[in-house]
Design a protein. Structure first.
Length: 299
């Protein structure tokens, strides 16, 4: 029987939680956030957000959501299919439905994120029309008071210098110009000059300077991780030219997070050998794996 794709409803909760808990049953250390957010997703659907389920025999057997991040960028998330219904085209049906919805909202590009270890998710993303785009890794420097190294590069809240560095940086090329979105958790969107200046006013921007600008980062928000019950300072990106610049940048982030009195940090860095190796060298506490971002041309 062909699945019916329809808008998600509050009474789909039990079905969705039941299959979401089985999707990663072989990874007991991985906690799915869907049970924590599903009711909120349903309640907040509207012109810039659309959550759907694939219904089979009267029960929800798949889930996906699309969110408009900007006037032309759509983000697709929460793609889950009941393991008992894999191979039946549920993912393709849901994503196809949401592609059309996003086009109707003016989107010209759609993106999603998949853990690099998630073979099924990567294959499903390609099958539904996404192409591999970029990769990043989370760094988690511990919040603590750190005195700036008098002999190391200085770090200033200077969005003009940070933007100038970003435009020609290796990090921008590696990340396809993307950074954490300020409005939607776990989503990436294009970093613009206007957005960076707004972050400098409302959050914090870091420009690393040593005979010119040699690195940058930007804090995007403070948040609560529902899967770990801890407060986090999230940094939209961090990129730099060498290990000295990395050391100064991560020390500034540690001190910034300590002032916010959060439990931890999450810093998005490019998945390049140099960035990962130098972040490890300055003890930034790296995630065990990268995450992949895939994109779809919706024009």
């Amino acid at each position: 029987m062909s699945p019916t794709v329809r808008q998600a409803r509050a009474d789909d909760y039990d079905d969705v939680v039941a299959f979401a808990e089985e999707v990663w049953a072989d990874r007991p250390d991985t906690v799915d956030y869907i049970p924590e957010v599903f009711r909120q997703w349903v309640d907040t659907d509207g012109p810039t957000q659309h959550t759907v389920v694939a219904e089979v025999d009267g029960a929800a057997a798949g889930l996906c959501q699309a969110v408009m991040l900007t006037d032309h960028e759509a983000w697709f998330q929460g793609i889950r299919v009941d393991p008992d219904h894999r191979g039946e085209g549920l993912g393709k049906a849901m994503v196809g439905h949401l592609f059309e919805w996003a086009r109707g909202q003016g989107a010209t590009v759609g993106r999603n994120m998949v853990f690099s270890w998630n073979d099924a998710g990567l294959g499903q993303s390609v099958a539904t029309g996404f192409d591999p785009d970029t990769a990043f890794r989370w760094a988690h420097p511990e919040p603590r008071d750190v005195r700036p190294d008098a002999d190391g590069p200085a770090v200033e809240n200077d969005p003009a210098a940070a933007w100038s560095y970003w435009t020609g940086s290796e990090g921008r090329g590696a990340l396809s110009g993307l950074a954490l979105d300020p409005g939607q958790p776990w989503a990436l969107s294009e970093l613009t000059r206007e957005r960076l200046y707004t972050l400098a006013d409302e959050q914090a921007v870091f420009a690393v300077k040593d005979d010119g600008t040699c690195g940058m980062a930007a804090r995007v928000r403070e948040t609560v991780d529902p899967t770990a019950d801890e407060t986090l300072a999230e940094y939209a990106l961090g990129t730099w030219v060498d290990a000295d610049a990395a050391a100064s940048l991560f020390d500034a982030i540690r001190a910034d997070a300590a002032q916010l009195d959060v439990d931890g940090t999450r810093v998005l860095i490019p998945e390049t050998p140099r960035h990962v190796a130098e972040a490890a060298f300055v003890r930034a506490d790296l995630a065990d794996w990268p995450d992949f971002v895939l994109s779809a041309d919706l024009t």
